[in-house]
Design a protein around this ligand. Structure first.
Ligand code: SF4
Length: 281
């Protein structure tokens, strides 16, 4: 490899790593070794996005007290949690615990959103679009989830954090095997430990059963408040299921209302969506 090719390859790897950290919520990189005496701490950060970390934690509505605490946190503290997520994302990107998933993945899909989210959504696994883009819940199911969050709950997608039970795409979009979910569990637990959400919403049977350690069907898990390490958990149907079964939107809306009630959010006076309509329409 020529020196030019080597430097191009190095730049490509660096760009991939930076993108992976950014997806994990990191907005600044400390320049600790480059800092000269007398330089302020704000000058010693390399900004990665125009909005910086502040934008990600603004409340969607000044009346939403549940997000006010997030807004008041110091920017230094925000960067600590984002940096911890970025370190974990880098570990996940190197993970090879599930041979079949490693053979088939384009990249790992760590999770995305506000590192200080009060609410975390957990889905099943990356699909084809997610595997291609490295982001959870993109494509049609992702758009429906965004509608559930924004039109249904009145939050912004950037207020919450979204992740999956497994971080690599199962071939053919099959359900993750129990051993794959088990392999990925330490990452899930660590990610939740860093974010410290106040509420969790499981999307679909795979997420609900794996998080809660049960084999109960989703039809029996939904409609109630469960607990994961003391954190209230509401389970509902996966957006991909709702796309195939629009009649289940009524129950999902009821689950979201339950979630909003325990979060102390006002429940919007929107009608229950009719089959074929989106939540919030
Ligand atoms: S699914 Fe999780 S445990 Fe399995 S290879 Fe991917 S990151 Fe590793």
């Amino acid at each position: 490899m020529s020196p030019q090719e080597a430097s191009g390859e190095l730049l490509r790897m660096l760009r991939q790593q930076l993108e992976s950290w950014q997806r994990a919520g990191l907005t600044h990189l400390p320049k600790l070794r480059l800092q000269s005496a007398g330089q302020s701490s704000s000058e010693s950060q390399l900004e990665m996005s125009p909005g910086g970390g502040q934008d990600a934690v603004q409340p969607s509505d000044s009346g939403r007290s549940v997000f006010r605490k997030t807004e008041q946190r110091s920017s230094t503290f925000q960067e600590d949690r984002a940096a911890a997520l970025a370190r974990l994302a880098a570990q996940v990107a190197r993970c090879r615990r599930c041979p079949e998933l490693v053979r088939n993945r384009t990249q790992t899909v760590f999770g995305s959103g506000n590192p200080y989210a009060q609410l975390v959504f957990i889905g099943e696994a990356p699909g084809a679009d997610e595997d291609r883009l490295g982001q959870p819940f993109v494509g049609a199911a992702g758009q429906l989830l965004t509608d559930m969050i924004e039109k249904g709950m009145g939050l912004r997608r950037s207020d919450v954090y979204i992740m999956n039970i497994v971080r690599c795409r199962p071939p053919g979009n099959r359900t993750p095997l129990p051993e794959e979910a088990q392999n990925c569990r330490p990452f899930l637990e660590k990610q939740l430990a860093i974010i410290q959400p106040k509420f969790i919403c499981c999307l679909g049977a795979c997420a609900a059963q794996n998080l809660l350690g049960t084999t109960e069907p989703i039809s029996r898990l939904r409609g109630k408040v469960h607990s994961y390490q003391g954190i209230p958990v509401v389970c509902t149907y996966h957006p991909a299921y709702l796309l195939r079964t629009p009649s289940a939107k009524r129950q999902t809306w009821e689950d979201l209302q339950l979630l909003m009630a325990i979060m102390g959010l006002p429940v919007p006076k929107t009608s229950v969506p009719k089959p074929g309509k989106r939540i919030g329409e």
